[in-house]
Design a protein around this ligand. Sequence first.
Ligand SMILES: *[C@@H]1O[C@H](CO)[C@@H](O)[C@H](O)[C@H]1NC(C)=O
Length: 374
Amino acid sequence: MERDMLSCSLLVTLLLLLLLLIVNFSVSACPEADRSALLDFEASLNEPYLGIFKTWSGTNCCNWYGVGCDPTTQRVSDIVLRGESTDPMFEKAGRSGYMTGSLSKSLCKLDKLTTLIVADWKDITGEIPACIPGSLSSLHILDLVGNRISGWIPVDIGSMSKLKVLNLADNQITGSVPGSLVKLGDLKHLDLSNNKLTGSIPSDIGKLTMMSRALLNGNQLTGSIPVSFSKIYRLADLDLSMNKLTGPIPSQLGSMHVLSTLNLDSNQLSGQIPTALLSNSGLNILNLSRNGLEGGLPDVFGPGTYFSVLDLSYNNLKGDIPKTLLSVKFVGHLDLSHNHLCGKIPLGSPFDHLDASSFDNNDCLCGSPMLRTC
Ligand SMILES: *[C@@H]1O[C@H](CO)[C@@H](O)[C@H](O)[C@H]1NC(C)=O
């Protein structure tokens, strides 16, 4: 009787131990399905110089270079592969990263991914797998900057409701900015710069109220600047330069309180420079160079403003240089060249530390630093 009880409790203990072992084993190594998805992803890439994929062996993929797992579920949660890195592996190789190949659609099997960074590898080609928005609904960061990715931005990009960072800059992406983008209610950083995007900017982009940086420069975007940008009250950095945007600069941009950098240079913008833009005391960098802006320069500068860059060159501005510019706290780089300005250059700061190139190629500006006397 006693012996029976003993053996029974022994059996229970053994069973418990076995159970513990199974549970422990199943959470300590990465799930086989995740491991094989990673291996498929690796198989479509070629990294010849650093050997980062040499670490991609063994059963526990959570230890592989650039792979991170959720500590409780052990599911793959992060892929962080940067071609520009201070990692010793890069130092040893004495070079930055380089990869060819493309992004495998097997990435979409890693449905618990929160971070996908495959950045600055220079020569990864192919398209963004179309299955990403539908499959990777936990993604917070999608960063594929600095490759040679082509094709369109997936039309259903807006279904990744957790996305905070979308960086597809410096690729060869074509097509237009998908309308669904404005559904990314948590988006903070949007960088689509230096691609081949065409079409217009969604007029309801202002729905992205969490956004603090929006960089769309260096594309072939047409149409006008959506007024709704002004509703993004956290927006600090807006760069739409080097596109083919037309129409006026919305005056509402002048009343944005956090905006500190506004680059609209090298477009085909017309109309006058909104008064509120020049009196906005938060704006530090304003580049409106190389457009078709006309009219006079509003005399609305004030002691509250501080410009490290005020570049209004290559427009059709006329009239004289406003005297209130003398009251501005600081102007670092001022460029009024290549316009139709006329009259006396005011005496005093900031004009006394600028050289003639800031005023070159106007109609009849005179006084120091120009050679022409008034
Ligand atoms: C302003 O934009 C123009 C044209 O895109 C560019 O050449 C210039 O360097 C920019 N100015 C500054 C100060 O960055």
